[in-house]
Design a protein around this ligand. Structure first.
Ligand code: AHG
Length: 352
């Protein structure tokens, strides 16, 4: 008789199918969508890994919607994710950092149940110097039932996300995602080409001693943020201060480290960017869902990120995300020292 050998490895595909069994009426569309994203991520990973070898570095000669020059890998990553989602049939359209307008798919995909918001290659200014970059994605059930999706299908608050995740193309490549029932991390084993479960049920420590912020902008920060940062730098051994500053300038990498070790990532409003720099729909919302699912917090300094009603697919938002105690302490400083005009300038959800 065949004796099945003990196998300790769970692939992302096996894990997704296993989880789908928890929902007897699920038709497998979300599972397929996640698998499509994972396949595109593997292709992007292959190109990121050889970025220094082939002639793929440098400007692509075009500008994205934010007026930033695009690197070739940004363009490549965008194309790969769009192609994977368009052919999968479950996704009716995509809001991408790289495209001014939403992309709507035709054919069978036009009636797909889901829409995706994505930053295909976040932290792309790090590519040229071999520093980790990432992909961030957010999945919603579309609101309209028939016909092509509309912009309103995308403008849903973060609490309506059905899944969110990121891929970090780092010293090893990981895909971390949630469908609202905890956070799980998978490391790509290049020898078999599979994401394998390596970080089950990820939980962020409630406190930490790492803070991540672009301190070069300090002079432009709200008073509350300045005072909070100063409070982390005092000589106070009993409370493990001064804390450690770690800032990669690649949200996915900074977030990933803080998720594992405990810490806070801050991108506040500044004098020059009164609504912050990061994008609500494909940076802040997915990270906020992941962080809440891992037991941490994500706010704009005053309110929960996931409650914000978006009015524009490229809307900006300040971000305070990480260990609950640290985020709440930063919010206390903001409430105490920052006057009303330093609050993010998007009254009624609209960015000024
Ligand atoms: P980009 O993709 O244009 O490099 O932006 C990266 C984002 C985010 O990943 C990172 O944390 C932040 O912008 C860095 O911004 P600063 O350079 O202003 O610190």
């Amino acid at each position: 008789m065949y004796r099945q050998p003990k196998r300790n490895l769970t692939t992302l595909g096996e894990f997704i199918i296993d989880k789908q069994a928890d929902f007897p009426f699920a038709k497998g569309e979300l599972s397929s969508l996640l698998s499509d994203i994972a396949i595109a991520a593997k292709i992007v990973n292959r190109e990121v890994n050889k970025a220094g070898l082939v002639n793929i570095l440098g400007e692509a000669g075009s500008e994205n919607v934010q007026g930033e020059s695009q690197k070739k890998l940004d363009v490549f990553a965008n194309e790969q994710f769009l192609a994977a989602l368009a052919t999968g049939g479950e996704c009716a359209g995509v809001a991408s950092e790289e495209n001014d307008e939403i992309i709507l798919f035709d054919g069978a995909s036009s009636s797909g149940k889901y829409i995706v918001a994505i930053d295909p290659l976040d932290g792309s200014s790090n590519i040229d110097v071999n520093v980790s970059v990432g992909t961030i994605f957010s999945i919603y059930r579309r609101k309209t039932k028939n016909g092509p999706a509309t912009v309103d299908d995308f403008l849903q608050p973060g609490y309506d996300q059905v899944a969110a995740g990121y891929v970090v193309y780092g010293s090893s490549t990981m895909l971390v995602y949630t469908t609202g029932n905890g956070v799980n991390g998978f490391t790509l084993d290049p020898s078999i080409g599979e994401f394998c479960l390596s970080h089950p049920d990820m939980r962020i420590p409630s406190g930490g001693n790492i803070y991540s912020v672009n301190q070069g902008n300090f002079v432009h920060f709200p008073e509350g943020v300045k005072r909070y940062i100063k409070s982390l730098q005092i000589d106070d051994k009993a409370n493990k201060k001064p804390y450690t500053l770690r800032y990669i300038g690649s949200l996915v990498s900074d977030f990933h480290r803080n998720l594992i070790k405990g810490g806070i990532y801050i991108y506040p409003t500044t004098l020059g960017s009164p609504a912050g720099k990061l994008r609500l729909m494909y940076e802040c919302n997915p990270m906020a869902m992941l962080m809440e699912q891992a037991g941490g917090r994500a706010t704009d300094g005053y309110r929960n990120i996931l409650e914000i009603e978006p009015t524009d697919i490229h809307q900006r938002c300040p971000l305070f995300v990480g260990s609950t105690q640290m985020v709440e302490e930063a919010m206390d400083y903001l409430r105490q020292y920052s006057d009303a005009e330093m609050k993010p300038q998007y009254a009624n959800g609209k960015e000024s």
